[in-house]
Design a protein around this ligand. Structure first.
Ligand code: ADP
Length: 398
């Protein structure tokens, strides 16, 4: 009965063969091959073969338990086993797969090659600015300071290249200034020394007779030397950030009035009006009073030097957003626009041919600027030739 039922199932399966299914037994087997499964009876004997399972083979218990039982009237009459289809590729399929594998392999190889070449090219392109920067930095380290690198982009590397150029230009300028300053120091020290030594030799050898005028001349030159050495010391301390300041809170007006009092007499002698103009209710500033007096003194003595009689010097104090502005305004000769940016440079004198006075070292404004900056302030100058100059110092309020 059971084998009859099984045969019926088998007959059903056979009739399920798709249209055009063969009718002869061999054709039936070939037709059955279209089903991608193995049908075994309840004893495990292959009834519908497929793949490595031949007709009549016995399938082991394990495989049977993995299959799907075919039950008729509650009785298992057979088991459908679905084998791993990869085991059953035909020659054409295998060839197709092999060709696909080979094509994929070649494509992967070509892509890797292209990626490698592109990678190397890109890496060279990206590292080019870095290499240029490295070469320029090495040349600077070797003493060749005038180095510029091309700015090729606006990204971080472009910004770095621009900053490098800026830094290298600043460095070049600083070294030039230092060389110039060394030469100027040597020159400015030599001149008074030569005068003093010349006089002393002549006095010692009896060529010149001692006189109060000659001693006064030597004294002036020695004072000039002392002032120069003191100025250089102040500048070097400011450069090193070691300029000692004993700060105290003071009213800006008090500073201006002290300066006006100190320069009252020379101004009067030169017939120059000197007056203070301070806004009322100004906040205090925290400064080293003596250093600030030195700063304002430099500015006023310059103003007196370049202002003719009948002129005026105003010491003004005004409120600013973050502090106070102290200004020294004169109606003197003024400064030419091409000279103006250089007046704060060390040893810069607009008129080298002019006879130097003992209190002129060409360092006055450089020291003024250094002291103001040590106070976290700023100093600027504005001028119009023939109309006068204004020096403005901005200091943070207390
Ligand atoms: P110095 O000690 O020789 O006066 P400074 O550093 O004080 O040197 O000044 C530098 C130059 O700035 C001066 O040589 C002068 O040409 C110019 N200068 C400074 N102050 C004034 C001013 N009030 N009016 C015109 N020129 C000025």
């Amino acid at each position: 009965m059971r084998s009859l039922t099984f045969k019926l199932v088998l007959a059903f399966l056979l009739t399920s063969v798709p249209a055009g299914a063969p009718s002869a037994p061999s054709d039936v087997r070939r037709g059955l091959l279209r089903f991608r499964f193995v049908l075994v009876d309840s004893a495990g004997v292959v009834v519908v073969p497929f793949g490595r399972y031949a007709l009549g083979d016995t399938v082991d218990r394990d495989e049977m338990t993995r299959g799907t039982p075919v039950a008729v009237d509650g009785h298992t009459v057979g088991i459908v086993i679905t084998p791993d289809l990869t085991d059953f590729r035909n020659v054409a399929e295998n060839r197709y797969l092999a060709r696909t594998d080979a094509a994929l392999g070649i494509a992967a190889g070509v892509m890797m090659g292209v990626a490698l070449v592109l990678g190397v090219l890109l890496a060279r392109l990206i590292t080019r600015p870095v290499r240029e920067l490295t070469t320029a930095a090495q040349k600077i380290a070797a003493g060749d300071l005038e180095q510029r690198v091309p700015v090729r982009s606006r990204d971080e590397l472009g910004v770095l290249a621009a900053q490098f150029n800026h830094m290298s230009a600043d460095l070049f300028h600083a070294i030039q200034l230092r060389r110039q300053m060394t030469a100027d120091v040597a020159h400015d020290l030599r001149t008074p020394l030569t005068v003093i030594i010349g006089y002393l030799e002549s006095l010692r050898d009896g060529v010149l007779q001692p006189s109060p005028e000659r001693f006064a001349m030597m004294y002036d030159e020695a004072q000039h030397l002392q002032r120069l050495v003191e100025d250089l010391r102040t500048l070097s301390l400011a450069d090193a950030g070691e300029l000692p300041l004993s700060r105290q809170s003071v009213a800006p007006q008090m500073l201006l009035e002290r300066i006006a009092a100190a320069y009252h007499l020379p101004a009067e002698q030169q017939q120059i009006a000197l007056r203070v103009q301070a806004e009322s209710g100004l906040p205090n500033i925290v400064v080293d009073v003596e250093r600030m007096i030195q700063v304002l003194g430099n500015l006023v003595s310059n103003a007196l030097r370049y202002t003719s009689s009948g002129g005026e010097i105003v010491l003004a104090a005004t409120r600013q957003t973050n502090g106070v502005e102290l200004a020294v305004r004169d109606t003197g000769a003024g400064i030419a626009p091409d000279v103006l940016p250089r007046i704060f440079d060390r040893f810069y004198r607009a008129d080298e041919s002019r006879q130097q006075q003992p209190d002129e070292s060409g360092l006055g404004l450089a020291i003024t600027k250094a002291i103001v900056e040590t106070h976290s302030g700023t100093i600027t100058a504005a001028s119009a030739v023939g109309q006068g100059s204004t020096f403005m110092i901005t200091l943070p309020s207390a």
